[in-house]
Design a protein around this ligand. Structure first.
Ligand code: F6R
Length: 256
């Protein structure tokens, strides 16, 4: 698959620092929440959004940013670890955002990694997102291998929410959050590329030099399933907010 002439690529905002990336992304989320208080957000976990969530908590506390009508759906969850596990994505979301803002817990959704039937869990999740009217604004990070959510290189452009295998690369990257690499689950439940592409607006954030290669391939490389983030070039309303280190390998640094 290659990007044909006339395709609109993602917008690009390059910030001077990781803190500025977090602030800019939080400001954009806050603006969207203010203009649509019953917004449906798609959320991500990982190291990258931590400071952005901290900024949203600050905006709630100091400027009254209201989450009382907001609904959220997270991208993914490890298979086989309970929500009480300190590395589960539900735990992360409670700790970094949900416990500190006035969101209703019944309006927050994270795939259940302990579901008896994970395939049904994923099907039901897709249905729930659809019933909620779809995702208005989706936050993404990017793996150093170009993955989005846990859609690893090679996953289909049409993939739906399902059970996925993590690559060695991702297990290695995520080992920093666990005591040892062997503790990182080998599978996860994840929204698919096709599901993510249905979001009305997408914001991808990335910082650090370790993301520079993936960002270069996603923004300036061909649209290919080998680099899932490159599929975002085809999304009609997608913005990358990245720091200058993550932008380090881009040849064309003007806003696309
Ligand atoms: C997490 C997720 C992943 C991360 C990506 C980057 O919900 O969907 O795709 O966004 O692995 O992780 P960090 O931010 O830890 O570098």
């Amino acid at each position: 698959m290659s990007c044909t002439e006339g395709d609109r690529k993602m917008d690009l905002i390059i910030t001077g620092s990781s803190d500025e990336m977090s602030r800019k992304a939080a400001e954009l989320f806050a603006r969207r929440i203010r203009s649509n208080p019953a917004i449906v957000l798609g959320l991500a976990t990982g190291g990258t959004p931590e400071k952005m969530y901290a900024e949203l908590v600050r905006l709630h506390r100091e400027e009254g940013l209201d989450f009382s009508r907001v609904t959220t759906y997270n991208l993914d969850e490890y298979l086989g670890i309970p929500e009480t596990h300190d590395q589960s994505y539900r735990y992360f979301m409670n700790k970094n955002l949900f416990d500190h803002v006035n969101i209703l817990s019944e309006n927050t959704h994270v795939l259940n990694g302990m579901a008896d039937d994970p395939v049904k869990e994923c099907r039901d999740y897709e249905e729930a997102v659809k019933k909620a009217g779809g995702i208005d604004l989706q936050l993404l990070g990017i793996g150093s291998n170009g993955h989005i959510a846990f859609n690893e290189p090679g996953s289909s452009v049409q993939s739906r929410t399902g059970v996925v295998d993590l690559t060695e690369n991702t297990i290695k990257d995520n080992a920093r959050f666990f005591e040892k690499a062997e503790d990182v689950p080998q599978q996860a439940l994840s929204m698919g590329n096709g599901s993510i592409m249905e979001a009305k607006e997408i914001i991808l954030i990335a910082d650090k030099e370790s993301k520079a290669d993936a960002i270069f391939k996603a923004v300036e490389g061909p649209v290919t399933e080998d680099v899932p983030a490159s599929l975002l070039q085809k999304h009609p309303n997608c913005t990358f907010i990245i720091d200058s280190l993550a932008a380090g390998k881009l040849k064309n640094r003007r806003v696309l």
